[in-house]
Structures are given as C-alpha cells and as structure tokens.
Design a protein around this ligand. Structure first.
Ligand SMILES: [Zn+2]
Length: 77
C-alpha cells in the first residue's frame, strides 16, 4: 500500500496554445503552460476591453515588448 494518488498532478490543456500542462504548484503560470501564453491571453483580454472603449487594439509590437520586459523581470530565471 505504498501508492498514493495525491502526488499525481492534474493534466490540463493550456487555454492559449492547447499544449498539455501539469497543474502543479511548480507551475506559477497555470492554467497556462508558460508566461508567454499567460501574457498573450492577457493581451487578448486587454484587446477586447480596448475595443469596447473604441481604442486601438494592442498590436504585436506591444506584446513583444511586454514579453521582453517580462523575461528580464522573471525571478525564475
Ligand atoms: Zn501554452
């Protein structure tokens, strides 16, 4: 009776890229597979709110700049 199901992580699909990702405390970006996917999802969300406000949507250049800054600030690396 040494087996335990409690240490078996839940496997989910990343909402952004549909990649399989384990739902564990070691993944700070869950339910996303990575910081990039999480930021892209936030970018999509911001895009929608901007559209509601009638503003110009965030373009890819903004997302790239945001990702570059996030990579520098990433405490995990
Ligand atoms: Zn992903």
């Amino acid at each position: 009776m040494s087996e335990s199901h409690t240490d078996r992580p839940l496997e989910i699909a990343c909402p952004q890229c549909r990649k399989k990702v384990l739902w564990t405390s070691e993944n700070p970006y869950r339910p996303f597979c990575s910081k990039r996917c999480r930021l892209l999802d936030l970018g999509a969300w911001a895009d929608e709110s901007h559209r509601i406000a009638g503003e110009t949507a965030m373009d890819e250049t903004d997302i790239d700049a945001m990702l570059a800054r996030a990579d520098r600030d990433d405490p995990m690396t």
